[in-house]
Design a protein around this ligand. Structure first.
Ligand SMILES: Cc1cc2nc3c(=O)[nH]c(=O)nc-3n(C[C@H](O)[C@H](O)[C@H](O)COP(=O)(O)OP(=O)(O)OC[C@H]3O[C@@H](n4cnc5c(N)ncnc54)[C@H](O)[C@@H]3O)c2cc1C
Length: 592
């Protein structure tokens, strides 16, 4: 390693790589801005119901492919598709907007115990939720919610659902009613609730993109962006004191793209530049790219295999990949939903009269809705300390994520989907390098159900599928049902249901590939302050930082840890920080 350069004159105190759920709120809070820009996003990302289209937006899409299982599985599934978004806001500009922090009490309290640090406790972490939330549907005296933050949260408007179809009513009473899924008392609640969404008062998406655009102190020039830029390497140096190596900056390649981006033109000789940082580098490039970016930090033999000099041996980098297991079950109905009338979920008034009406009516139709109507939380075994199974109901045809999935959602108007989601699953997968070039593909294996506990998870999912089926058998619903079509009627025995699970399990909350862990854990990548172990001036703050996939949904819990990270970092640095965000950006976003 070379000796560290003089960093005192550097323009930037912090560099944050990636402006998604982890990096965006942190960067904004650290610097409270300094950029000016126009709020230019394309139509698909702002309209709530267009989330499926946004996922396939060529300007934004990052198309990871991965193996669901390790070699030799009954259903190999080696070409599974994992969407992510390039752009300011990361996947918060195309996700399904479910705002759910329930079932995280144990996640946070486990961290408090692991680090013997009460600031990680659930009770303390709730303050970050209150800090970021701008709740639009509860009385402002409600002690569990925030009303002044940047994240607009709302429920699906009842005015639009005013003409409820049969299943809306019947699903709502398929268990004890949960009035507010994000209240303290309901953290481990069992029953049925309506999801809260990150949708604003005008029925537009509320995301990290808005957080950054509308960040207050922007005129002070303290938050800067380099867009359409790939971070290619974290620069490490020798402090000269014999201590740990120091992250002194980031190598960037303007105009370069990841190999999974739709604008990827092939691997090139990259023209790189160096950004030196006065205080710290924060990696927030997401669950797949963050491990890749930790150049020279990782499992010694893995790095050497790819011709990378191992600088810090951290065998936990890239292992511990987790995701909620999800399995869809679909019924066709005898009639179309009237809410879908005329709605093609296409781009122009000519191809979609519903879009024109949405605009003219002040956003008063289907397109203002989040896609799930109800969530049923339950325990697969009564002895469990917290619920582990959720069924979320979608009034549409949704088999999971694969290229072309939005067409099924858009074209089939007489379907009801129950997605069964397993919280705190046992599976542990890997993200591996395939080479030493920043534009090399990654090898990703999810290894569903392959760790100890996998059979129990399959059992839990199977039981939840039976619960979903029994709900649909209620006379008020069954009178409207044609047939179960996914899986078809042939899937009745436990073995047949298990095959459906193995053949179609998916997930969209991948996490945990740079896990925080205790001092004596050889696989711990980060300490309880998000610091990369064995390196000075380097932290990772994003989905990859979690040791276990949190709660039922992951984005708002990750906003909470992002806010905590900002607080921890601010306490350790001088008050006037200048931050640079490096973001691979799909949309050309004019900056002044
Ligand atoms: C279709 C879909 C629906 C979802 N729905 C929900 C939901 O309803 N509720 C929920 O809670 N969660 C949901 N999620 C999950 C959630 O949106 C993601 O888990 C979350 O956004 C991940 O945040 P992150 O900060 O870790 O990474 P990201 O949001 O992926 O952000 C990382 C950013 O870093 C950039 N980047 C990566 N590498 C580099 C590099 N080398 N140089 C420069 N930039 C780089 C990427 O372009 C990306 O924009 C959904 C996800 C998807 C895909």
């Amino acid at each position: 390693l070379q000796h560290c350069p003089d960093r005192s004159q550097s323009e930037f105190d912090f560099v944050v790589v990636g402006a998604g759920a982890g990096g965006g709120p942190l960067a904004a809070r650290l610097a409270e801005s300094g950029f000016s820009g126009h709020d230019v996003v394309n139509v698909n990302t702002t309209i709530p119901f267009y989330f499926g289209r946004a996922v396939e937006d060529p300007q934004l899409e990052l198309n990871h492919t991965y193996d669901e299982y390790s070699p030799g599985a009954k259903f190999p599934r080696n070409d599974a598709w994992y969407p992510r978004a390039r752009g300011v806001g990361g996947s918060t500009i195309h996700n399904a907007m479910v705002n759910d922090i329930a079932n995280t009490e144990a996640d946070f309290d486990d961290l408090a115990l692991m680090f013997n640090d009460p600031t990680w406790s659930y009770n303390n972490m709730r303050k970050y939720f209150k800090r970021i939330e701008h709740n639009l549907y509860l009385n402002t005296t409600n002690p569990d919610h925030g009303f002044m933050g940047w994240l607009r949260t709302s429920l699906n408007p009842t005015s639009i659902l005013a003409n409820p179809s049969f299943e809306v009513n019947t699903l709502a009473v398929s268990g004890p009613s949960i009035d507010d899924i994000n209240s303290v008392l309901n953290d481990a609640a069992i029953g049925v609730g309506t999801p809260s969404y990150t949708i604003d008062e005008h029925h537009n998406r509320s995301s990290v993109h808005d957080r950054l655009v509308h960040s207050k102190a922007r005129e002070h020039g303290r938050l800067n962006f380099t867009l359409d830029t790939l971070a290619t390497k974290i620069m490490l140096c020798e402090s000269g004191t014999g201590d740990s190596p120091v992250a002194y900056g980031v190598e960037i390649a303007p105009g370069a793209a990841l190999p999974i981006a739709s604008n990827f033109k092939g691997k090139t000789q990259l023209k790189t530049e160096l950004v030196i940082v006065r205080h710290e580098v924060i990696v927030s490039a997401g669950v797949f790219q963050s491990p890749q970016l930790l150049s020279g930090i990782g499992d010694r033999s893995e790095l050497s295999r790819h011709g990378i000099d191992p600088i810090v041996h951290l065998p936990g980098v890239g292992i511990n990949l987790q995701d909620h297991d999800e399995v869809a079950n679909i019924w066709t109905l005898k009639h179309n939903y009237t809410l879908f009338n005329g709605c093609t979920i296409l781009y122009t008034p000519e191809t979609d009269p519903c879009l024109e009406y949405w605009t003219e009516s002040g956003h008063q139709n289907l397109y203002s809705l989040g896609a799930a109507l109800f969530m049923l939380m339950s325990k697969s075994l009564p002895t469990l300390p917290a619920p582990d199974m959720m069924i979320y109901w979608v009034p549409g045809f949704f088999r999971g994520f694969f290229p072309g999935f939005p067409d099924e959602l858009a074209d089939i108007h007489n379907a009801l989907t129950a997605v069964v989601l397993k919280a705190h699953p046992s599976s542990r997968g890997v993200v591996r390098l395939t080479g030493n070039h920043p534009q090399d593909l990654l090898h990703i294996e999810k290894r569903h159900f392959e760790a100890p506990g996998g059979m129990d998870d399959i059992f839990s999912i199977r039981e939840a599928i039976k619960v979903a089926r029994s709900i649909v058998e209620h006379p008020n619903i069954t009178m409207h049902v044609n047939a179960q079509v996914f899986p078809g009627p042939g899937f009745q025995t436990d073995e047949e249901i298990d095959d459906h699970i193995l053949e179609h399990v998916f997930g969209h909350h991948a996490c945990c590939t740079n896990a925080m862990g205790a001092d004596d854990d050889p696989n711990a990548v980060l300490d309880g302050d998000f610091k990369v172990r064995g390196v000075e001036g380097l932290r990772v703050v994003d989905l990859s930082s979690w040791p276990k996939v949190p709660g039922w949904f992951v984005t708002t819990p990750t906003y909470m840890i992002s806010e905590k990270a900002a607080e921890v970092i601010r306490m350790s640095a001088e008050p006037r920080e200048t931050t640079l965000v490096v973001q691979d950006e799909g949309i050309q976003w004019p900056l002044k």
